[in-house]
Design a protein around this ligand. Structure first.
Ligand SMILES: [Ca+2]
Length: 390
């Protein structure tokens, strides 16, 4: 997950877009400052404040290098090196003075880093998100069809069964139910099928060096990535990910890795290409963003009349029960929740659906700042849970 920025529109339609710099579900993400989902989009959860990592930590004796079989290794990109560019020299100097990296080693490393032309062109085509109403007015129907579908539900059941011990342990430790962890991983990478095909250090360096708007954000990701690979004893030339540098089963950006990744299988390293570590890390991400165990994330609502259409909707909204009642909106069932209540109006071919989103729905949106994304995760989670007979 990761970070990005975007402004979400209170209007549901608007929600469907904006890019973010995180991961995109199944590699359709568009890096932006805030994760946002747009159509093929999706964002990457953003870490709030990456922890400060101190220079050259000593590795505990039990630490071992992450298992290579779990981490796909990519080939270098084909473009030129950035060696000699003053911005790269300045970055290397900063990594040396701030974090104790060896300059010679970093120069050797960056002599092997290559510009990725596809990434440079793609990112430079991205523009800040603008609201664009879905032409057929059924944005949610289209989005839902991509992520809440039979194949994803079935694979989610399979992933749950294969990782039931890790999911149960994550539930005990972080209080986040398995179905939500499974659904995030399903939406982000189709359960590990689509990690992305880009060498991460090439992608991050290319964006930092070629994209004026995102340069400083991506130099920071690059900094965090190098700290990660040093801490976890990975070769920085090996990890593979999305075009924006999102990593592993849950598509964490490097800043989110430093803040939220955990060693859930206890082998001494945090490796997000390992499903067990990824499960613990997604659960920890939710817990740290305020997940409340035992509360419902969202519930379908009924609305009488059309007055509610004058209200803003989306994961950012927060209405009192009195206001919702005044506009004729009520939940279809009483559920356990606390904190905020967001009005979620989702345009469909059938004319639209009205939902109420609670605290845990908002927590899901911290992964990708989008109402559609969060509702897809919620509904996929519920479908998988039902199929599991829970
Ligand atoms: Ca581990």
């Amino acid at each position: 997950m990761t970070k990005t920025i975007f402004r979400s529109l209170t209007i549901v339609l608007a929600v469907s877009i904006i890019s973010s710099c995180g991961s995109t579900p199944e590699q359709e993400k568009v890096p932006e400052s805030k994760p946002q989902v747009s159509q093929p989009v999706v964002k990457v959860p953003q870490a709030k404040k990456p922890q400060v990592v101190r220079p050259a930590p000593r590795q505990p004796a039990r630490r071992s290098a992450p298992s290579r079989s779990r981490m796909p290794i990519s080939k270098p990109s084909s473009g030129p090196s950035f060696m000699g560019d003053p911005r790269l020299i300045s970055f290397i100097n900063r990594m040396s003075s701030k974090h104790g990296f060896n300059r010679v080693a970093l120069n050797r490393l960056f002599s092997q880093v290559r510009r990725n032309d596809w990434v440079a062109n793609y990112m430079n085509r991205q523009r800040p998100a603008k609201k664009k109403p879905n032409p057929n007015g059924a944005g949610w129907s289209n989005y839902r069809a991509k992520f809440v579908k039979e194949s994803k539900i079935n694979k989610g059941v399979q992933f749950w069964r294969q990782n039931s011990a890790a999911l149960q342990r994550a539930y005990q430790r972080y209080g986040v139910p398995p179905e939500y962890v499974v659904a995030i991983i399903g939406v982000e990478t189709n359960y590990g099928k689509n990690f992305g095909k880009f060498r991460i250090i090439d992608a991050l360096t290319t964006i930092a060096m070629t994209n004026r708007r995102r340069s400083s954000a991506f130099f920071k990701y690059l900094e965090d990535f190098l700290i990660m690979t040093r801490n976890e004893r990975m070769n920085p030339l090996h990890p593979v990910g999305s075009h924006a540098g999102a990593m592993g089963y849950g598509q964490f950006m490097p800043s989110s890795f430093l803040s939220y990744a955990v060693d859930h299988n206890g082998d001494g390293v945090r490796n997000l290409w390992d499903p067990v570590d990824a499960i613990g890390s997604v659960a920890n991400y939710f817990k740290r963003h305020g997940w409340r165990t035992g509360e419902v994330a969202a519930v379908r609502a009924v609305a009488s009349g059309r007055g509610y259409r004058n209200l803003h909707s989306g994961f950012k909204t927060n209405y009192s029960a009195a206001t919702l009642a005044k506009y004729g909106i009520r939940p279809t069932r009483n559920v356990r929740h606390s904190g905020r209540t967001s009005l979620l109006v989702l345009p469909t071919y059938a004319g639209g659906e009205v939902w109420l989103g609670y605290n845990n729905f908002y927590v899901i949106s911290r992964y990708n700042h989008s109402t559609y994304y969060s509702m897809a995760v919620h509904q996929l989670a519920q479908k998988i849970k039902q199929r599991m007979g829970r």
